[in-house]
Ligand binder design. Sequence first.
Ligand code: NDP
Length: 315
Amino acid sequence: MSFGRTFKLASGAKIPAVGLGTWKSKPGEVQAAVRTALQTGYRHIDCAWIYGNEKEVGLGLKEGGIDRQDLWITSKLWNASHQPKDVRKAITETLSNLNVDYLDLYLMHWPIAFARTPDHANVPKDSNGKVLIDEHLTENHAETWQAMESLVKEGLVKNIGVSNFNIRRLRKLLSEATIKPVVNQVELHPYNPQDNLLRFAEQNGVHLTAYSPLGSTSSPLLKDHVLTSIAEKKSCTVAQILLSWSVQRGTSVIPKSVNAERIKSNFEQISLSQDEFDQINNISRGKQVRYVNPQENWGLDPFEDEETDLLGGPF
Ligand code: NDP
């Protein structure tokens, strides 16, 4: 059975449960990957300006020949463009790259705002190689958010959301926003299920999209003995189990692949019994692994929410 389903967002829009991820998809490969995905039945493509391949994604979208209104296209505002005056320039460039008139969803890629340098560097650094952060915009997202809200009013984006937001940041933004964020895209898989964040998001009308749902490049999850034994029993791939588990949890997923066979097989949904679902939910006990680690780069605590969980603190 293919993943044809959608999740309804607080705005009323419907996001397709499975989309194609495009991070690390080389410009020379991503065009064919997008075309194959659309031919397979995917209607959701996850992009970002910083991936440096939006033009080729746009060519793949054109080749796929699907009517624009039947597609769901997400892209993301990069950390170096959080200054309100840079937001419109950023979306204009993304729309031009993708060759579309509007996005279905525009996300603030990270809650981290980089300092604006004269050369507008993508990742500005000081002479010691330390990334330069704009502390004010990093702790106060409302200014950038208002500029994103203007894009909705102008019709350039249908929905706005965030990415890599923990509960504290999400709660603050929800209290300040005129147009509430409808999606938070975060790293989610059985080694980093972020149960508390999922619960908080559900209670506050924010849908979670799972990035790195397979555990990203060279993932140890693909060899996990619980997952391999369930996959063996059901004669399917571990990737299919991981993606089906995520969707069964209520999160959309955006697996990346540039391999035609994997793009196709990742779109096949497997029905998990309650027992199998529970076994996968329990994998994370005693384990917590992030494959996209912001601490290494920008000093952002990757497990801040889960610490809240351990302390039993309020949401
Ligand atoms: P994924 O968990 O999607 O894993 C991708 C890796 O798995 C690739 O190496 C891919 O290789 C391989 N793969 C894909 N399908 C299979 C399969 N069936 N069996 C075995 N291996 C497979 O990782 P990503 O980190 O790419 O996350 C997915 C997407 O999420 C990104 O592409 C991006 O769009 C988004 N993302 C967003 C972030 C954010 O900050 N908002 C951060 C990170 C990701 P191959 O291509 O050769 O098949």
